[in-house]
Design a protein around this ligand. Structure first.
Ligand code: SAM
Ligand code: PRE
Length: 247
């Protein structure tokens, strides 16, 4: 398992293709997401802390859009309730293959971790089992906007009383000056992490049609429409935030 630096966008491309979670992205993903998402390590580790808080014995914990399983690993570091199991789901075959390797490596290093099943599947077609904790860590923004409400309704209905959804997303802002300020700060974060103007511009073009962020107000409204009873922001850094939604 080699972790390469993300140089995917550092040479000029005649046409920048739409971003997909393919082999090339998988190879550099840990470096890419850490250098692109302000607060990512804090969000991942504390999703484990939240999971321990909300997990109930003998229930399932879901990591939806698990990529290489960073959140699953954090859940396994923090949750030790009896009879719990993690189900990690991603529809990228390349991600799922590498995720299984990462989790096998974690199993080889630590004893008594929660059992985990990694599914290559579309989370929009999943039959959810009763669950105490669902994590959507930077996944909803890649789901077609018209399908987001149905997905959240399915999650809300599967959640046990006192369970929780942890939803982390990039945000857009309705106030143009707020939007510009927080986006500028995100660009400053990327530059501080070594990305060039070319890399930043080409990445923006690659994700602009496939990753569509909502505002905090849209998230709140949609979560309440899906049946959630409480929505709380527990973390924000620039234009990236994480919310707890209670069923
Ligand atoms: C930004 S990454 C998530 C990062 C990951 N949760 C983490 O914390 O490291 C988004 C992931 O969602 C997956 N994804 C997007 N749409 C999906 C769908 N409909 N079903 C399953 N996975 C999906 C992608 O393949 C990708 O791995
Ligand atoms: O907003 C950006 O510029 C990003 O690069 C964000 C983002 C994300 O939030 O998922 C986009 C794609 C990669 O998965 C890593 C980071």
């Amino acid at each position: 398992m080699t972790h390469l630096p993300d140089r995917l966008f550092n040479t000029p491309l005649e046409q920048v293709p739409d971003f997909t979670f393919n082999e090339d992205v998988v190879r550099v993903f840990p470096d890419m997401i850490k250098r692109s998402v302000p607060g990512y390590p804090t969000i991942v580790e504390n999703t484990g802390v939240l999971a321990a808080q909300f997990a109930q014995p003998n229930s399932i914990l879901y990591d939806l859009g698990c990529s290489l399983g960073a959140v699953t690993q954090a859940m396994r570091r923090h949750v030790s309730h009896s009879g719990c199991k993690v189900i990690a789901v991603d529809n990228s075959a390349a991600m799922v293959e590498r995720c299984r390797e990462h989790l096998n490596a974690q199993d080889a290093m630590f004893q008594e971790l929660l059992p985990v099943k990694v599914l290559e599947a579309d989370i929009l077609k999943l039959q959810f089992e009763p669950t105490s904790l669902v994590a959507l860590n930077f996944t909803l923004q890649f789901i077609a906007p018209e399908q987001r409400l149905t997905l959240l309704q399915n999650i809300q209905q599967a959640l046990l009383p006192n369970g929780a959804l942890v939803l982390s997303e990039k945000l857009r802002f309705n106030d143009p000056t707020e939007h510009e300020l927080l986006n500028e700060l995100h660009l400053a974060f990327k530059r501080a992490n070594g990305y060039s103007e070319l890399e930043i511009a080409q990445k923006r073009r690659a994700i602009e049609k496939v990753m569509l962020p909502d505002s905090l107000e849209e998230h709140r409204e949609r979560l309440y429409s899906a049946g959630f009873s409480q929505v709380v922001v527990w973390f924000q850094c620039f234009n990236f935030a994480s919310l707890i939604a209670r069923p």
